[in-house]
Design a binder for this molecule. Structure first.
Ligand code: ADP
Ligand code: MG
Length: 237
């Protein structure tokens, strides 16, 4: 069942292409509209200013979608290096601290051994952590605590990221990671797609538990020695 038929692959490619076209057409349509308004020359200076702001946002959106698609399209080779988990997490927390502060979210790092390590592609696993922590922050509209903990035995490392956000309805849990699945006005719906792809290329997996109105916990399991998966099974979905 791991191998898709040629016809299924084509259908999946068609769906992905349709998704991309749709996601990029929206900001392009809006850019075109604002350019036409500007060209007509009848808008006040204040309005022009507002149009430019929106246009820059729309361009930023296209940039972000294409950036995430590029991650997905990159060959799945993984550059394994011994990486300390505590350091990975510290980097990510530092990077996202401004966003957390802005939303009144406290990031609490708990129970992480300084010596625990995994063999992984550091930048890729950082990307996974960033996407998941960001989602956690975005899920907490009224602030709260986002806690991160990690534990490892000889074989497996587990990193747990728990938020106190809005939660995910049970019927939506299955859709996490599908390209372009988003419930956010400005979401790309590619963040988790990237996460699942990277985790699979590392021979790891992601578990999600969620209660609506209470919060969501993502647990990442990774092989400590970085066992790569069976390459023949790799597919970009
Ligand atoms: P995006 O963040 O651009 O919407 P993602 O792939 O990162 O795309 O997430 C897809 C969707 O999964 C989100 O729009 C949201 O509905 C849901 N989601 C992911 N993480 C969380 C979370 N921690 N709490 C609530 N919903 C979440
Ligand atoms: Mg996201």
């Amino acid at each position: 069942a791991e191998h898709m038929l040629q016809s299924e692959k084509l259908a999946a490619a068609g769906q992905l292409a349709a998704g991309i076209a749709h996601e990029i057409r929206n900001p392009l349509t809006s850019l075109k509209g604002f350019l036409q308004l500007l060209k007509s020359g009848s808008s006040s200076a204040a309005k022009r200013d507002a149009y430019f702001t929106i246009m820059l946002e729309e361009l930023g959106r296209i940039e972000q979608i294409l950036g995430e698609l590029l991650v997905l399209s990159r060959p799945s080779s993984v550059q394994y290096a011994k990486t300390r988990i505590a350091q990975l997490i510290r980097h990510v927390v530092l990077l996202l601290q401004p966003q957390a502060v802005m939303r009144g979210v406290e990031i609490a790092v708990r129970a992480i051994s300084e010596t625990a390590y995994i063999y992984c592609d550091e930048n890729q696993i950082k990307q996974v952590l960033i996407n998941i922590v960001k989602n956690g922050i975005e899920a907490m509209e009224n602030g709260g605590t986002l806690s991160i903990e990690a534990a490892a035995d000889q074989e497996t490392a587990a990193i747990r990221i728990a938020d106190q956000g809005i939660g995910i309805p049970p019927d939506k849990l299955d859709r996490l990671g599908s390209p372009f699945f988003t419930t956010k006005e400005n979401g790309t719906g590619l963040g988790l797609t990237v996460c699942y792809r990277i985790m699979r290329n590392h021979g790891g997996r992601i578990e999600v538990e969620s209660r609506q109105g209470e919060g969501t916990t993502f647990t990442l399991y990774l092989p400590v020695e970085g066992r790569p998966p069976d390459i023949s099974r790799d597919d970009p979905a």
